[in-house]
Design a protein around this ligand. Structure first.
Ligand code: CMX
Ligand code: CO
Length: 144
């Protein structure tokens, strides 16, 4: 089952400027930063709250690292803004298979690496009422 909003993914042109906006405007601090070359992003995770499944909810600020990345292509069309919604699960492979069984396409055959050692998959926005959905299994022992 899906048990939390794990994060909301927000595309931005300049990560440092956007991090500073979220700090100065809302008081949200950076919890973690990393580069994910496979996804073509430099990202900052801002922790918003813990969740009752033992996990947490974050904002994920995403700056593209290359022009052919999903985020760069999306921003070329849409500009900055909300890019995807991520739901948390204890078992991303099983949850993805369950949802694929309901007729929704996943983007990957096998889960890939996400933020903070998590494993992730995505659901196609055209099968999900226009929302790109990410499914996230937190790293082992990484329940906050
Ligand atoms: N939300 C909603 N709809 C979206 C979308 C999004 N984020 N991205 C694309 N779409 C829609 C487009 O508007 C388009 O619709 P129309 O055909 O009606 O115009 C359709 O989906 C196809 O879009 P496209 O621009 O042609 O883009 P692609 O098909 O090449 O890629 C997608 C779309 C979802 C397959 C690609 O972005 C992808 O593989 N995403 C998963 C990986 C990812 O997003 N990584 C970055 C985040 C990493 C992280 O969270 O850790
Ligand atoms: Co994400």
């Amino acid at each position: 089952p899906l048990t939390r909003i794990d994060h909301i993914g927000i595309a931005c042109r300049n990560l440092d400027d956007t991090v500073e906006f979220y700090r100065a405007t809302y008081g949200f601090e950076v919890f973690h930063t990393e580069v994910n070359e496979e996804q073509g992003v430099r990202e900052a995770m801002l922790k918003i709250n813990s969740t009752d499944d033992g996990g947490a909810s974050y904002l994920q600020l995403l700056e593209p690292t290359r022009e052919d990345s999903a985020i760069a292509k999306w921003m070329a069309k849409n500009g900055e803004g909300v890019h995807h919604v991520a739901f948390g699960t204890a078992d991303v492979a099983t949850t993805t298979a369950d949802i694929v069984g309901k007729g929704v396409r996943s983007l990957y055959e096998q889960p890939r690496r996400g933020s903070m050692g998590s494993t992730i998959n995505f659901l196609h926005p055209k099968d999900a009422h226009g929302v790109l959905v990410e499914l996230v299994q937190a790293a082992e022992g990484d329940e906050h």
